[in-house]
Design a protein around this ligand. Structure first.
Ligand SMILES: C[S@@+](CC[C@H](N)C(=O)[O-])C[C@H]1O[C@@H](n2cnc3c(N)ncnc32)[C@H](O)[C@@H]1O
Length: 336
């Protein structure tokens, strides 16, 4: 067990652990959303390497844990600089994280106001960070091989001995099932749960009796509609939001300070944290913040009814984060 002094929890919803993520993660529930805002390779805080070289190797043990503890419903949001992300991307791919989209946080000119001398600068001022969306690919084991979902659907149908065109009859469509769900090409679509259920029912009714059950992962029962829904990451697309997030750098009341000095240079806006949480999870789902800092992700998660787990290795910052969540927990109606 973790001793009381090394973790704090609020209403059993938000838990913050003092220590290295790799050690404290054993106490965390499985994640629906992971918000990684760790080292950038710019020497930004103690432990952040001075350059992005070696950043991939730094992240690798963390990524392996994310992969092990996640399921196909999990979304990973990876915050970093452009070069930091490019350096870490191959390590994410190698550990089954599939790239979905790159979001640009454009902080605007306010970020460099009065701070950019064009006479000496040798490049344009940078006012962006990226927040990159990845999902955990579903894999299906067949005779010791790992198949992608696209390949597994075809494989299972072929096992039935039925012609592929029968998938259209199963779904009650003219040709959409073969064209969308059973194509080999990049135009493949994930079959919605209703379509999957129809395919599975058809295969298990008319398919070769010796190969039953079809569309099963345990060899005993076909996947149910709700199990199928958990085979891909949650995503709710908000209206009017694109992959460029114009949002000013944190100032004003939200920026936590000690006198005039920011408590943490990397404090993220609650609005952006809320956006990524609400796009990729539902009420009651679990949010991870392995590199907590002031735990902006956990604060946002708390406010929108998610359960969160955060780790922060630096004791002073940990204490500030705990204070922040306690303050927010006492003001449940506070808007942001
Ligand atoms: C970029 S900051 C996070 C800022 C945070 N998103 C916020 O809004 O306040 C990264 C934090 O991760 C912490 N950290 C670095 N390595 C860690 C590890 N292995 N386990 C836990 N915390 C770690 C650092 O001390 C730092 O405060």
């Amino acid at each position: 067990m973790v001793s009381k002094s090394t973790y704090s929890t609020f209403d059993d919803l938000a838990s913050i652990y003092l220590g290295d993520f790799k050690k404290v993660v054993q106490y965390w529930d499985a994640p629906t959303t992971i918000i990684s805002d760790g080292p950038y390779g710019i020497g930004g805080f103690p432990g952040d390497p001075e350059t992005p070289a070696g950043l991939g190797e730094w992240y690798e043990p963390h990524i392996k844990i994310w992969s092990k503890k996640s399921s196909p419903v999990t979304t990973l949001w990876f915050w970093n600089t452009e070069l930091g992300w490019a350096t870490v991307h191959p390590f994410l791919e190698a550990n089954d994280w599939e790239f979905v989209n790159c979001h640009i946080w454009n902080k605007g000119k306010a970020h460099i106001a009065g701070n950019a001398n064009t006479k000496t600068l040798r490049k344009l001022p940078v006012v962006t960070e990226v927040c990159v969306q990845y999902v955990k690919k579903a894999k299906f084991e067949v005779d010791g091989n790992q198949l992608s979902m696209q390949d597994w659907l075809r494989y299972e149908w072929q096992r039935t001995g039925l012609p592929l065109t029968k998938t259209n009859e199963a779904c009650g469509v003219k040709n959409a099932a073969t064209r969308k769900y059973f194509t080999k090409c990049h135009l493949w679509y994930f079959p919605p749960a209703d379509a999957f259920e129809k395919l599975s029912d058809y295969a298990n009714t008319y398919g070769d009796p010796s190969g039953k059950p079809y569309f099963s992962v345990n060899g005993k029962t076909p996947l149910s509609k709700s199990q199928w829904e958990h085979m891909r990451a949650k995503f709710k697309c908000p209206f009017g939001v694109t992959n460029v997030w114009d949002y000013p750098p944190l100032n004003g009341k939200e920026r936590l300070k000690n006198g005039f000095k920011a408590l943490h240079l990397n404090q993220k806006p609650l609005k952006l944290m809320r956006l990524i949480i609400e796009m990729s999870s539902e009420e009651g789902d679990v949010i991870w913040e392995p590199f907590g800092g002031l735990c902006s992700g956990s604060v946002a998660a708390y406010k929108v009814g998610r359960k969160s787990f955060a780790a922060e290795i630096n004791e002073d910052i940990y204490k500030q984060a705990v204070k922040r969540i306690a303050h927010n927990a006492m003001q449940p109606t506070l808007n942001f």
